[in-house]
Design a binder for this molecule. Structure first.
Ligand SMILES: Cc1ncc(C[n+]2csc(CCOP(=O)(O)OP(=O)(O)O)c2C)c(N)n1
Ligand SMILES: [Mg+2]
Length: 278
């Protein structure tokens, strides 16, 4: 069962993401808000990682393939102690190592440099395959955007993983039904999504991606079946937690104005961020 601590963590993560992006002067708020519960459960309960030794050989690997939500990853890495709170708030300011897209060579805990969509799955597949070949116990998890699934590379890697019997490999799709500026269904629909992956040889589960009980039970039951890679389709709401951003495409790029910031802060239960000029 999810305890209050986990609920608090998720609430805190939402607040931090909003604050860091507003203070940094840019970023993708709704893309970050749709994965808050997924990241909270993974980093609090599932991933075997060590902030004191981020490159420990036998660690689990998590790849945020939808790298434009990098601030969500930075925020959780700061909470776990991979980076400091001070460093987190350098985001968007001159000289920072925390770019708009995460860089594995600059930020401890970032396993793959992502942002050009469509590469995280193949990257993770290689890690999972290496783990199997080396007879290691570590698991690899990759979080994809649903719009990202329109990239051809996703399907090449999706075809390959079952061939290698990679039950140590888990993909999570953040199925918020929106890509940059429209609904997926108006551009290229993914449906029938679960059946597509099943037919490629994956074990598929569908969950409410904001329900941490469901997420926890699902991740605790990995692997779903021996010798098969795992797919979790997480139904989410882009912009979850800020009413006027939820499911509204234009917020993919926008930053709130004064009035919108007041409303968002009220809903998140925080003070209005002090914006600095750098
Ligand atoms: C290869 C590539 N093409 C285009 C972009 C520009 N881009 C950034 S975010 C985004 C939308 C992605 O949608 P989705 O994967 O559903 O992520 P969400 O914003 O819903 O989290 C696009 C097209 C990119 N980063 N990489
Ligand atoms: Mg999306």
């Amino acid at each position: 069962m999810v305890n209050r601590n986990l609920e608090e963590k998720a609430k805190e993560l939402r607040r931090t993401i909003f604050e860091v992006i507003c203070k940094g002067g840019g970023g993708h708020i709704p893309a970050c808000l749709s994965i808050v519960e997924i990241l909270t459960v993974l980093y609090e309960k599932i991933l075997r990682i060590n902030p004191n030794n981020p490159r420990e050989h036998d660690r689990d690997r998590f790849i945020l393939s939808k790298g434009h939500a990098g601030v969500a990853l930075y925020s959780v890495l700061a909470d776990k102690g991979f980076i400091s709170r001070e460093q987190l708030y350098t985001y968007g300011h001159a000289g920072t190592d925390l770019g708009g897209h995460p860089d594995m060579h600059k930020v401890p805990g970032v396993e793959a440099s992502t942002g050009a969509l469509g590469h995280g799955l193949a990257f993770g597949l290689g890690m999972a395959l290496a783990g199997k070949m080396d007879k290691k116990e570590y698991r690899v998890m990759v979080l994809l955007g649903d719009g990202e699934c329109q990239e051809g590379t996703v399907w090449e890697a999706a075809m390959s993983a079952p061939q290698h019997l990679l039950d140590n490999f888990t993909v999570i799709i953040d199925y918020n039904k929106l890509q940059a500026l429209d609904r997926l269904d108006n551009i290229i629909s993914l449906e029938p999504l679960a059946q597509k992956w099943q037919s490629f040889g994956w074990q598929v589960r569908e969950v409410d991606g904001h329900d941490m009980n469901q997420l926890l039970v699902t991740f605790e039951n990995l692997p779903f079946t021996p010798d098969k890679p795992n797919l979790v389709i997480a139904h989410t709401i882009k912009g979850r937690g800020i009413s006027f951003m939820e499911n509204v495409p234009i917020w993919h790029y926008r930053l709130p104005n004064e009035e919108e910031m007041n409303i968002a802060c009220r809903e998140l239960g925080i003070e209005k961020p002090v914006l600095s000029m750098t």
